[in-house]
Design a protein around this ligand. Structure first.
Ligand code: RB5
Length: 143
């Protein structure tokens, strides 16, 4: 199950991504926002982060205007590794190297065509399981 969330700045791209997930029979849960009215991105970042940490969802997708504020918020949660990706290379690398569990993007930065390729890459690329990457991810979690 994929957790998806956005603020008003990411609303249209979230709609596109949900349509794409439906067309590809990928289950998701939409944590909002549900309208284009101005709202606060931390609210939706927290909902998605908590859904992943509780085990309800495996991965998340968060969209705001830039992808930055919503990702900064998600990364406050221990165990969340949110990666801002506006290209396919980064989406692949962050899955293989960082085992990123949240993809963030900015609707005002990336077009829908590229965004959907980034989503596909993020969702289908497995973590490498290389010892060096496991070790580095463990260090992220340490104080
Ligand atoms: C909203 O105007 C905008 O600040 C927000 O979507 C995001 O880009 C913040 O990082």
């Amino acid at each position: 199950m994929i957790a998806i969330g956005c603020d008003h700045g990411g609303f249209e791209l979230k709609q596109e991504i949900m349509k794409h997930l439906e067309e590809n029979n990928i289950e998701y849960k939409d944590f909002g926002t549900y309208t284009k009215d101005s709202c606060d991105y931390p609210v939706y970042a927290k909902k998605v982060a908590k859904a992943i940490l509780s085990g309800e969802c495996e991965k998340g997708i968060l969209i705001c205007g830039t992808g930055i504020g919503i990702g900064i918020t998600a990364n406050k949660f221990k165990g969340i590794r949110a990666a801002l990706c506006h290209d396919v290379f980064s989406a692949q690398a962050t899955r293989e190297h960082n085992d990123a569990n949240v993809l963030t993007m900015g609707e005002r930065v990336v077009g829908p065509g590229l965004a959907l390729k980034i989503v596909d890459t993020f969702l289908t690329t497995e973590f490498s399981n290389d010892e060096r990457h496991i070790n580095r991810i463990r260090q992220i979690e340490e104080d």
